[in-house]
Each structure stands twice: as structure tokens, then as C-alpha cells.
Design a protein around this ligand. Sequence first.
Ligand code: ATR
Length: 282
Amino acid sequence: MTVRVCITGSPVSYSRSPLLHDYWLKAYGIDGEYGREEVPPAQAAEFYRSLAARGYAGCNVTAPNKEIAFSVLDEADESAAILGSANTLWLDGGRLCGASTDGYGFIANLDATVPGWDGARKLALVLGAGGASRAIVHALVERGFERVVLANRTLERAEAIAAAFGKKVVPLAFDKASDVMADADILVNCTSLGMKGASALTIDLSRLKPEAVVSDIVYVPLLTPLLTAAAARGLRTVDGLGMLLHQGVPGFERWFGVRPEVTPELREVLIADLRAKGQLAA
Ligand code: ATR
């Protein structure tokens, strides 16, 4: 019987998840289907509770439903429980289970594309304090970073995340980020700056160490002004597309029983789609 899964959220039309999972379904010859469901927040709790009745084996969850999805789970894995949000749901003997795979995707992508990026594990500088930032801060602490400095325009949001993760996470005002730049092993942009339609992130990178890695979770456009500036300085850069590809791995394995590989060919399929829509560069 065809295993049916979908991406849910609102708006959901922009999601690249169907492209990703369809590629893997074909590559592994699996009898499965990965669709799209527009689920406004007001209907989200009911939708996730009735996944099985709707014929789904599971789903992905995107904005703005990740916290609602978490709240209706029968069972949350450790990542979802710590973050209070879930992006990957599956059914296990009728029980609704969920995980948050963003942090996993972020780290797995770095491991795959810039091996040795975490050699020092002294200081990570994270910009932005939304949901994605929370997952990434948690993942960096788990990976063993001594300090994660979290710089945000609204200091209280950075303080709230820091309070949840203990002393290793240090909140900082956004305009003070350059004060810690010289010590950073990795700089991560988790703000919406640099996204198509938003203003660019214009932060001075001159104090970064030559071996520092600069990573952006924005992938539309793929080459953000931040990554372009970092590459021009000869720094290693990591774009946001890889995180999207890697965060999909645990869900696909749960639903379809095969742990899929993130290959250069898969990346090319997604890049072709970005190119076709004029979303490669700013
Ligand atoms: P997420 O999708 O990660 O949940 P979000 O909650 O929309 O994202 O957060 C966007 C992030 O970009 C926030 O950290 C926001 O800063 P504030 O908390 O101060 O709003 C940041 N951001 C957006 N526009 C910004 C700007 N012009 N300058 C600095 N930071 C900005």
C-alpha cells in the first residue's frame, strides 16, 4: 500500500520538501507519496490529531505550526521536548510521535560540507533569536561548544533562549556582535536578514579568524550577501540549502524505512529549482 506523507503549514506553497522527498522516493524505488497540505494554525491541532484518519503515515510541519504540532504529540523525542516544537511527525501503533530535526540538519550539513569545522569548539556566534536559532543554539551546545554567544536586536529574546540552556549560552545585543567576532570559530545567521525581499545582513567580518566558518540558514537566495562577503574574504561558507536537505533525512527514514543519502545530485535538483525561480543570488 502506498505510504502517504505531506508537508503542512501556512503558507505551504513555497516549501521545497516535496521536491526533496520525491527525489528520494524515486531514487530508492519506494511506493510512497509526499504531498502538500495548507493547514492554517486555527485548524492545526485537529489536523495533526487526525493524521491517521486522513490516511497519512506522518508529516512535516513548517511555520507557523511547529509549536502547535508539539502540543498535540503523544510522544516527543528529546529534541522536540527541549525546544517545545516539532517539524517531523509519525505514527507508532496509533500514537502520534514527533521530533525536531532542524538542529540535526544544521550539524549534519556542517559535518558533511566543512569537515573539521568543530575542531576548536570554543565559541559560536549566533545571530537572531527566533525558532530556528533556538534549535541551532541547542545543537551547538550538544556538539560541545564551550560558549554560544547569541546576539539579537531584541535582547530579551536572546535572554529567554539563554535562560533555557544554561550558562554556556550568553545573550548579547545585536550591535555588539563584532565585539566577540575575533574569538568565533563559527558565525551563524539565523535572522531573516539577507532573505529575498528583506534587507541584507551587513556585518563587518574583518575580525573573524581566517579559519572561521560562516553559515547562513537563509537559502532564498542561496548566495546571501553575508555568504558572498565571507567568501570574498576567503572564509569557508555553508549555505542554508544543505540544512534543509539534511533535516529531511530522519523523517524519510521513519516513514519509508530507508535512510536516504544527501548527494551532490540531489543538491543540484534543488539548485535547478532555485535557478528556475531566479533565487540563486540576491
Ligand atoms: P524564526 O523563523 O527563526 O522563528 P523569527 O522569529 O521571525 O524567525 O525571527 C527572525 C529573527 O531575525 C529575529 O531574531 C529578529 O530579531 P528580533 O527578535 O529583534 O525581531 C531578526 N531580525 C529581523 N529583522 C532584523 C533587523 N532588521 N535587524 C536585526 N535583526 C533582525
